[in-house]
Write a protein that binds this ligand. Structure first.
Ligand code: ZN
Length: 352
């Protein structure tokens, strides 16, 4: 079960203090307000950590707190220990960033589409990998273990991370804005409004304003919802190794960007993209739906290929024009997977 919470950590304990320090450091470094409700639980699902819709944080005793206890005790750590320690800190960073993002609707439910969920996870993990050093410094671990800062990253979501990077790169190109600014705008937006933010950015880049193009904006949003969603299927595909997931995630995202460009260029020549289905379920129903879904094969279908002329660089990073080389399982409008949303997996373990 995702996000299976155990007992609360005592707020007077040092473990609680470590988690609180990380949460505060992430809020400061990201410039965003945290929704943390001051509660920290033991995570019992086997995952490294989870951020809950109610603002609670849970962490694994074995894979997050234990490495920290050893580090603060001044034990001699091997390279492998240091790698695990860094990953524990990335987990704290990743979950803390989820707590800075607005994921819920007015009723407190999290109802993200597959594409929105994939982007939230990709943004959270990429940011965590790039900013974990700020948490390491805040937790005063750099002095004790200086080589912690140079440990190799262990990516928890290879497909979602590469797809997110490719998407942001594409938006940079189409909008003429800096990469950092695009990331900042996406981080600050509600998870359900990020594709609208992208639509605004690329319309501004192409036409110099957004005010009088509501139909184009809606069409761009729908296109992204449909074309970006399959990266979640790739992330869940246990038959692919991390490198293959990375490559496939990037390819799907490059095609989504190419499609975005085509809609921008000739909006009315495109057939309307499918409407993403809103996930109108409670949190518990989403969990049940996800478990049921795991027993079914996702229908495979050919990805659509868009105009790629001046976006060639994105496609060229992977295997250009691989559109006919295999099928990409697509899961439009799939119920949001709460485990992906709230939990950081233990690298090396299957996501599901
Ligand atoms: Zn996550």
């Amino acid at each position: 079960m995702p996000g299976k919470r155990g007992a609360l950590l005592d707020p007077r304990s040092r473990e609680y203090h470590w988690v609180a320090t990380a949460i505060q450091a992430v809020a400061e470094a990201s410039g965003q307000k945290s929704r943390w409700n001051k509660r920290v639980y033991f995570e019992l699902s086997g995952l490294e950590g989870a951020a809950s819709p109610d603002g609670g944080m849970s962490v694994s005793d074995a894979t997050v707190l234990h490495p920290l206890r050893r580090a603060y005790a001044g034990e001699q750590l091997t390279d492998s220990d240091l790698s695990q320690l860094r990953d524990a800190l990335v987990t704290l960073t990743h979950e803390s960033l989820h707590l800075c993002h607005e994921l819920q609707n007015a009723d407190g439910a999290v109802q993200l589409s597959a594409a929105e969920l994939a982007l939230e996870e990709g943004l959270a993990e990429n940011w965590a990998q790039q900013n974990v050093h700020q948490v390491i410094h805040a937790m005063d671990l750099a002095g004790k273990h200086p080589t912690l800062l140079t440990q190799k990253p262990v990516d928890a979501y290879p497909a979602l991370q590469s797809a997110t990077t490719t998407l942001v790169d594409g938006v940079d190109t189409l909008s003429g804005r800096q990469h950092e600014e695009v990331v900042r705008r996406l981080q600050a937006a509600k998870a359900t409004e990020r594709f609208g933010v992208i639509a605004d950015l690329v319309i501004e880049g192409r036409y110099g304003g957004t005010g009088d193009r509501p139909e184009l904006r809606a069409q761009l949003e729908r296109t992204l919802q449909e074309k970006f969603a399959p990266v979640l299927t790739v992330e869940r595909d246990g038959s692919l190794d991390a490198d293959a997931q990375k490559q496939r995630g990037s390819e799907i995202s490059a095609l989504a960007v190419a499609e975005l460009d085509q809609v921008l260029t000739s909006p009315h020549s495109r057939s309307p993209a499918q409407q993403p289905q809103a996930v109108e379920q409670t949190w518990e129903q989403q969990i049940l739906a996800w478990q049921k879904e795991q027993t079914q094969q996702a229908a495979a279908r050919e990805p659509q290929v868009g105009s790629v002329e001046h976006l060639q660089k994105f496609l060229a990073q992977g295997q250009p024009h691989r559109e006919d080389s295999g099928q990409v399982a697509q899961l439009p409008g799939t119920p949001a997977d709460p485990r992906h949303l709230i939990a950081r997996r233990n690298p090396g373990r299957a996501v599901d």
